[in-house]
Design a protein around this ligand. Structure first.
Ligand SMILES: [Zn+2]
Length: 553
């Protein structure tokens, strides 16, 4: 119906198409829309705010695969919209006569979804089951932009606020007569469009990326959020595949929502304000006898902060001298799944008489902030964020954890934040302290280098303000005074990051260990460097994967 006028809008379309800030659906989008690349792909769209309903109607010409008849149909799509996406039911209406009281027949013929990039562009994603058709139509607004309000969009502008990678699930592959059909579900928390690609996995460790030439349906870019996506693969004509001469394989589906951040962006999103808030919340005696309530409140705070993010949050409890200890573990599971894990930790307990801002609210806050930043991404390795208990009683929580590892878990590395808050330079209180400087001590085991070297390199490149003193364990007892030690004993590449404790701060284990004495800019720089290190080693990405079962041809 709609290839009429205003072709000027065509110019706007593909220019703005790469900007994926999907907007919330609002009544201002009501009007005529069309695909300028084809003749006659036009829709009337009505967004009804009162009941959050979207209605789309159009006439079209379709071939019925059963009868092979070509025919005009009146099709409608209707359903609810939530934020930026409407999930729609497709209905065909037949019979009836103009201006006559005849009965029309409505039949559900498939489903669709639509989302809007802006007031001028949208993607309509359809599956017309009855006609064996599926695909996507990029749409441009034809009606004048009367009052479409992009500012009704409530998406947070801070990229860290939330953008989660897409999730691919429910992959089912079926061999048809002359094609392979791949069905899957695609979920993205922000309804971002994704680029979907397929890979054949075969043999022990081989793979073949499918060229889009032989694929049709919900593949390539853009694919909208939604369930029951379908791809058809013309595998018989795919010569690259035929050359492999394999008769059994799996298919891996990858969805990338094109959310791009550089390592520097990620590092820079570490927030000093949030670290200060954490230290304020945690500061105070946290001791099982002197003030168990302080310990308990801190546990609740850590669990609550972890639970705000996409983590599996668990408690690991143990008994030490009749009192219960609790390690709090937040796990960011890798995509795809793996046994390999990195750990970042800080202990949250104190000795009986100190508010423990530096020892070790600073380390706990650092671990929590690293958790907030890194949990925005998918990773190729699991990351565990651990708050250890009863460190001050002899590394009890970390020893218990190290002695009770999951059998199929391979720890690739551990970063232990043990007092990362205090710097001391030129102040009178520093005079008695031999290493009264402003660097972070990066103390590694004698048998592994990767973590330490990566930390130094990331620091030099991305956080040049941070001074790093790299040290290797030479058996000095002081190097074993925190939660990394039980992991060194297991042969783990564990890094002990410390401001030097009693060798630097006069407030060590004193009533004066308070936030006001700390250099939280320094703490933030240490956390930034650790975040960059883990982002690199655990290989963060913004892609979701799923792998099908094996298909035998
Ligand atoms: Zn400590």
């Amino acid at each position: 119906m709609l290839r009429i006028h205003r072709l000027i809008i065509t110019v706007v379309l593909f220019l703005s198409f790469n900007v994926f800030a999907a907007i919330n659906i609002n009544p201002g989008l009501t009007g005529a829309w069309y695909n300028p690349e084809t003749s006659g792909q036009g829709f009337f769209i009505d967004a009804i705010a009162e009941n959050q309903q979207l209605f789309i109607g159009w006439f079209t010409y379709l071939s019925n695969p059963q009868s092979n008849e070509h025919q005009w149909y009146w099709l409608t799509a209707h359903g609810n919209y939530i934020d930026g996406v409407a999930e729609l039911t497709l209905v065909k209406t037949t019979n009836g006569q103009f201006d006559m009281a005849t009965t029309v027949e409505n039949t559900v013929v498939g489903h669709a979804s639509i989302s809007f990039d802006s007031c001028l562009t949208a993607v309509f994603d359809y599956q017309l089951d009855e006609f064996n058709l599926a695909g996507q139509i990029p749409l441009t607004r034809l009606s004048p932009d009367v009052y479409c309000a992009e500012n009704l969009n409530s998406e947070p502008s801070d990229p860290l606020a939330k953008n989660f990678p897409p999730v691919v699930s429910q992959v089912v592959i079926t061999q048809l007569n002359n094609a392979i059909q791949i069905e899957y579900d695609l979920t993205d928390s922000e309804a971002d469009r994704s680029e979907v690609n397929l890979e054949v996995l075969y043999g022990l460790n081989s793979s073949y990326s499918l060229p889009v030439t032989y694929l049709s349906g919900h593949v390539g870019y853009p694919v909208l959020n939604g369930n029951n996506k379908t791809i058809y693969w013309d595998y018989l004509n795919d010569s690259g595949f035929q050359d492999l001469q394999i008769d059994q394989f799996k298919l891996k589906i990858t969805a990338d929502d094109k959310y791009v951040s550089t390592l520097q962006d990620i590092i820079d999103s570490v927030s000093e304000e949030r670290i200060i808030e954490d230290i304020q919340a945690i500061e105070g005696i946290r001791h099982h006898q002197a003030f168990p309530m302080g310990l308990n409140n801190t546990r609740n705070y850590i669990k609550a902060e972890m639970s705000k993010h996409k983590l599996l949050v668990e408690e690991q409890t143990f008994i030490h001298l009749g009192s219960q200890g609790v390690n709090i573990i937040g796990t960011l599971n890798a995509q795809p799944a793996t046994d390999e894990v990195y750990i970042i930790d800080g202990h949250y307990d104190t000795v009986s008489s100190t508010p423990g801002a530096d020892d070790n609210a600073s380390g706990t806050a650092g671990m929590l902030e690293a958790m907030r930043v890194l949990s925005q991404f998918n990773t190729m390795k699991n990351i565990k964020f651990i708050a250890f208990d009863k460190e001050e009683l002899g590394l009890i929580g970390s020893r218990y954890h190290a002695a009770n590892l999951n059998q199929n878990e391979l720890i690739k590395g551990l970063i232990n934040f043990e007092m990362i808050g205090y710097t001391c330079s030129g102040q009178p209180e520093c005079v008695n302290f031999p290493n009264a400087d402003t660097s972070i001590y990066n103390i590694k085991s004698s048998f592994a280098n990767t973590l330490s070297e990566t930390f130094v390199q990331i620091g030099a490149t991305h956080v040049p303000e941070l001074k790093i003193t790299a040290v290797t364990d030479d058996g000095d007892r002081n190097f074993r005074r925190s939660d990394h030690a039980p992991f060194w004993d297991l042969g783990v590449d564990a890094l002990f990051l410390t401001d030097g404790a009693n060798f630097r701060t006069p407030h060590y284990h004193q009533t004066t260990d308070k936030l006001g004495t700390l250099d939280t800019t320094f703490t933030t720089q240490v956390v930034k460097t650790a975040v960059g290190t883990l982002a690199t080693l655990a290989q963060i990405h913004h892609t979701g994967y799923a792998v099908s079962d094996t298909l035998e041809l």
